[in-house]
Design a binder for this molecule. Structure first.
Ligand SMILES: [Zn+2]
Ligand SMILES: [Zn+2]
Length: 263
């Protein structure tokens, strides 16, 4: 198998995705326990020590929870923006050879994989999304963002696989039990992407050839899988796309892996 994408866990309690480009195995975020990561990897025939790198989007605990132990146990290099490293400092005391810092506007390579980080609007000092490209395949990650920008849309355009946030239904969030300050944070420009904002992004992205979309980081309190999927589906149908032909829309899950992509 040449290319694989697995959303292992996605949601506000923990996030991790596995990508394979040939021999190169990469993890994007490690926001569940080390044990849960090990189990999820081994279930897919991947030995944790064979990972080439962990790419971190930002330092919220739902993205790095298992990372200190995992990185220590397996010696995996950890990549994060220099601003994210500055914030993670105390939590992730790794030797220099595992500590890979990058500028959020600068591409770099891991083995043959071109890694393009891009800044995302979220409430940490220097959060990023990623596009990874190799062997004619492109996979992108855009979760934990308060809004999309032309730059983000440009970076993730033409992805074969896209993990895109569909965090909440605005009406459910407004009517729900969260305190006002938390609602304000989530709805804000540096919070999380709503189903409607996700659908608008897809209206711009699907015509570029984005083919397989995984709806990510769904809130368990302020969203339902049906609402998230229906907003995205309406957009795809309005564009005249044939579902499961031109475009594949899939859900991700907090406690289990989504349907994998094997190309
Ligand atoms: Zn998150
Ligand atoms: Zn976050």
């Amino acid at each position: 198998m040449q290319f694989e994408f697995h959303s292992l866990f996605s949601g506000s309690k923990g996030n991790a995705s596995l990508v394979r480009f040939g021999e190169t195995l990469l993890l994007v975020d490690a926001g569940v326990s080390c044990r849960a990561l090990e189990t999820a990897l081994r279930q897919r025939g991947v030995q944790p020590e064979s990972l080439r790198a962990v790419l971190v989007t930002h330092e919220h605990s739902d993205h790095i929870r298992g990372l200190p132990l995992f990185a220590k146990r397996y010696g995996t290099p950890v990549y994060a923006s220099y601003g994210t490293w500055a914030s993670m400092q105390g939590q992730l005391p790794l030797p220099g050879r595992q500590r890979m810092e990058f500028d959020p506007d600068q591409d770099f390579y891991i083995d043959g994989v071109n890694v393009s980080p891009f800044p995302i609007p979220h409430d940490t000092p220097m959060p990023v999304g990623y596009s990874l490209e190799c062997m004619g395949k492109k996979v992108s990650f855009a979760t934990d963002l308060g809004h999309t920008t032309p730059k983000i849309l440009g970076c993730v355009a033409r992805s074969d696989v896209l993990l895109l946030e569909a965090n909440h239904d605005v009406e459910m969030l407004k009517a729900g039990p969260y305190p006002y300050s938390l609602k304000k944070r989530i709805l804000g420009r540096y919070g999380h992407l709503s189903n409607d904002a996700c659908a608008s992004a897809l209206a711009a992205l699907l015509p570029t050839g984005v083919r397989r979309v995984f709806l990510g980081h769904l809130s368990q309190e302020n969203n339902s899988p049906e609402l998230a999927l229906s907003a995205a589906t309406s957009t795809a149908l309005a564009l005249g796309a044939e579902l499961d032909g031109d475009v594949f829309l899939r859900l991700t899950y907090q406690d289990r892996a989504a349907e994998p992509v094997l190309l």
